[in-house]
Design a protein around this ligand. Sequence first.
Ligand code: FAD
Ligand code: NAP
Ligand code: SF4
Length: 707
Amino acid sequence: MTAESSYPHLFSPISLGNLRLKNRILMGSMHTGLEDSRDGMEKLATFYEERARGGVGLIVTGGFAPNKAGWLVPFSGKLTSKAEMRSHRALVSRVHAAGSPILLQILHAGRYAYHPFCVAPSPIKSPISKFTPWQMSDRTIRSTISDFARCAELAAEAGYDGVEIMASEGYLINEFMASYTNKRNDSWGGSAENRARFGLEIVREIRKRVGASFVVMFRLSLLDLVHGGSTAQEMINLGQGLADAGVTILNTGIGWHESRVPTIATQVPRAAFAWATRRLKDAVSIPVVAANRINTPEIAEELLRDKYADLVSMARPLLADPNFPAKAERGHSELINTCIGCNQGCLDLIFQRQRATCLVNPRACYETELKSLPAIHKKKIAVVGAGPAGLAFAVTAQARGHQVTLFDASNEIGGQFNLAKLIPGKKEFYETIRYYRHQIISSGVRLKLGHNVTSQELLVIGSGQPQTQGAVESGVGGFDEVVLATGTRPREVNIPGEDGPALVSYADILSGRVQAKSRVAIIGAGGIGFDVAQFLCEEKESNSQKNDFEHTPPIGVSSNSHLGFLKRWGVSTDSAVDGSLTAKEILKPVRKIFLLQRKSSKFGQGLGKTTGWIHRIDLHECGVEMLGGVEYLKRDRDGLHIMHRGQIRRLEVDQIVVCAGQKEEDHLATELKAGGISYHVIGGAAKAKELDARAAILEGTVLAQRI
Ligand code: FAD
Ligand code: NAP
Ligand code: SF4
């Protein structure tokens, strides 16, 4: 299959003024954390250079502040002086040499800044920073406009092809536009026209200073998704004004950081907001970029073909796979390591002020540190367990030149991801399994499924004795190294009682081996307890096993899954509604669910910063009763008896699903150790506590790079 036949719209060139892009893939701005660190520019340059080599059409950097007040946190990246400008030059030239143009994003954090000298149009504190911003005077507003323009001038001097002005997501410029955060009654507030002035003046001033050919991209907020936010129509009017003021291209953002509508998490349907982008595109004459949950070339192609947008922005998908464009262009989308929208490796870390990376690609932002050099001594390696840890190890080691044989007791690869993918809103986990399946085929890893490896087989390998005929036939034998990636098993819990509600494991419920009943208590409110509650909240039919992801789910406001999502989260498609919010349509619960934990702390504390709130809202609205600080006493015909806040309470349930954590599946390790055989152990088999897929994939990758 050739590129042209697969994605003709995605790989058609487009001009932005004098700049010719070879395709329609824009790597959207992502703050990686490297912008803020002392030796970050070199690492950042390598990070972008790999994406440029991977065939992206245009790169936008993470945000750099135009002045100190605009810092996200003290001492974060800014571009305000010639000295700072010089540190960008090498980065820009390396990206250019690798084949991509690059824009610098100018970001003024406004009231989202986390420092005491933050500023905003009005002194209204945001829920995500503890600092109340200072109200900007007319003089400060004018000097800030000038700082934006100075920053753009410095970007031009550093060699950037243009700038992106960040005016969405609730940052400073967006704050000027919304009556929620702009209570001014001077010429910068009040009417929609006045509120839009700050952004327009910035564009005019930049254009004046950098000339006509420099690309000026403006990222506007299509849907604010906060009460008192702008209407979508106001944003369309602004888009038209921006085109007149000299903007080259409009990028789009959905929702403010404080919105309580998911906009990029995995449960958001792919391209769920493309309808709003098309509304803008239809109203302006300059190119428009679609963003948010576009993670496959198929979806991107569909958006371009059906004229939802002129370009597609993919930020996290290029974190997950720097070679996404090149693979798509060659017609090999099955080899793309797809972003699953989990946020665990990227945004969740950034919000904890750590360097971003990616759950499915641990090399992201660690390109200079995690290198896969060809192996000097090529070895035969047996890997037991084809979960995320074993898979990551197998394909990385094979790529280095080792000969890997991968065993799994199950008839499919993926380990626990085969359960995770069944959770509503986690269908993207299919993609990781698909990716590894194709990596195994293309790299030449020998795969032996349905083979439960025993310690006897492994002991033969390490004993130096001639192998038994059985071991040789089954494929276990003659290996130089053994890697155990056998994962975990569910922790069992014993609650006394014979004829009460049955205790069943999460694995049995999710796999369908045991049918869920109508009144269920869930023991344990960790990641899996939350997922199981979500699973049980929805009709069983919707969780039926599927063999593959639908690659081209329908897009646009008319699609049922998109409409259902918008209604569920109260997103209005009426362009005259403030903040594009309306009443939510709450689903009727299909069963009674209790979610229980022994500790008294907040529920879902261990869930990701950027996604935990979504799960809590979901379960709350589904009527799930969450009880903390409980003690499990007994079960009998009347249900489950617990001690809760000093009182004995009876929960009338007919089933108890145990999600009480996991234990290492490590008996092979114990037996090999006893037999004096050396081995490596990774993932859940090494340490079940606090293990997640990010740690498992990282461990597998790191071991494979040094073995
Ligand atoms: P596993 O995935 O457990 O794989 C171990 C493999 O070894 C299995 O395939 C097993 O069959 C095989 N095996 C074991 N013994 C043998 C043997 N003797 N011979 C041959 N094969 C053997 N993590 C996240 O980070 N984010 C999430 O959103 C998330 N959601 C989850 C949702 C659910 C419902 C579940 C159950 C888990 C979720 N996890 C999530 C956890 C994540 O899936 C695990 O941390 C990860 O799979 C652990 O990887 P692993 O390779 O160490 O082990
Ligand atoms: P977990 O997060 O450690 O949660 C285990 C739960 O079981 C806790 O709520 C704990 O609460 C309870 N528990 C522990 N021991 C118990 C016992 N002996 N009796 C009764 N209750 C007990 O583990 P998990 O839910 O099994 O998840 C496994 C891993 O997968 C985790 O590391 C998680 O990060 C990952 N995962 C992540 C996601 C995600 O969305 N990011 C989703 C699913 C899984 P109390 O001790 O208070 O009772
Ligand atoms: Fe995508 Fe998750 Fe990787 Fe972030 S960590 S880029 S959301 S797969």
